[in-house]
Ligand binder design. Structure first.
Ligand SMILES: [Zn+2]
Length: 276
């Protein structure tokens, strides 16, 4: 059996497969799960030969380095599990899994993947290779410097893009200004106050700046956009297209598309087994 887990900032989803057949799957609120406890429960009751985990946080060599939106009790997951059970475990950053999945369904060799959901995630494939950097931290656009915020990012800093341009950012700002509206782009547009205008301006400004800069720096042929905030605001894709053409010098051969993968993270987990 093989177990694939998509551990996001909001949802924890898993699929248990026997060859290609799904024999069990489920979804839990991320706040209500302890990863190690979950894995040990599954490993004690089933014969699982491979575990692939897509994790919404920074990961290096099977260890969770940080997880801005998730509480984790045991960081050294790979070592912990593999030393106790006869299984192989690979854990990888969620956007790196997503870019492997997006890469597997396109002919493009230079891809930028940006998912905006709870956080702002991004990852790159250049000349068919996943860009990792020395600590597997390359590509974390959510944590580039943007502006000073009155509260901290999950990574500990106070000026990250993710504090202005993500689902969690909208929630933080609505709470900060005590606005009586839903923490969504539509909720803020309908609110029509000085504060909601400022939150929206920062969101769009951050989005435009970040994506235009990634395109200029990496010169990709394909930019894939996904994640909950994109999925529920598809007009953002047209906005990004316009901004990139306006701001980036390397957009002439660039295609921009909405992610068509229904379950990119889980597909990415399956691909982890092949590259590890
Ligand atoms: Zn940060």
């Amino acid at each position: 059996l093989k177990l694939y887990i998509d551990y996001g900032g909001t949802n924890f989803r898993y699929v248990l497969k026997e060859s290609r057949e799904v024999i069990e799957n489920g979804r839990v609120d991320s706040l209500n799960i302890d990863l190690i406890e979950f894995l040990e429960r599954k490993l004690k009751s089933k014969d699982i030969s491979f575990i692939g985990i897509s994790f919404a946080g920074q990961v290096r060599d099977g260890t969770i380095l940080s997880s801005p939106n998730i509480n984790i009790s045991q960081r050294d997951i790979k070592k912990y599990i593999e030393s106790r059970y006869r299984t192989k475990l690979v854990v990888e950053n969620d956007l790196k899994c997503a870019s492997l999945a997006e890469f597997s369904v396109t002919d493009a060799k230079d891809i930028v993947v940006v998912y905006i959901g709870t956080g702002f995630g991004s990852s790159y494939i250049s000349n068919s290779e996943l860009i990792r950097g020395v600590d597997n931290l390359a590509g974390e656009m959510g944590h580039i410097v943007f502006k000073e915020a009155p509260f901290s990012c999950g990574c500990g800093k106070k000026n990250c893009l993710e504090l202005f341009c993500s689902g969690v950012a909208l929630q933080k700002w609505v709470d900060y200004y005590k606005l009586d509206c839903k923490p969504t782009l539509i909720g803020l547009k309908n609110h029509k106050s000085e504060e909601s205008k400022e939150i929206l301006e920062n969101f769009y400004n951050g989005l435009s700046t970040a994506i235009s800069n990634i395109v200029t720096v990496l010169n990709p042929s394909l930019l894939v956009l996904g994640g909950g905030v994109i999925d529920s605001n598809l007009d953002l894709i047209d906005f990004i297209k316009e901004e990139v053409v306006k701001n980036s010098i390397s957009s002439s051969n660039l295609k921009i598309k909405h992610s068509t993968l229904k379950n990119g993270a889980i597909l990415g987990c399956e691909l982890l087994e092949k590259i590890d």
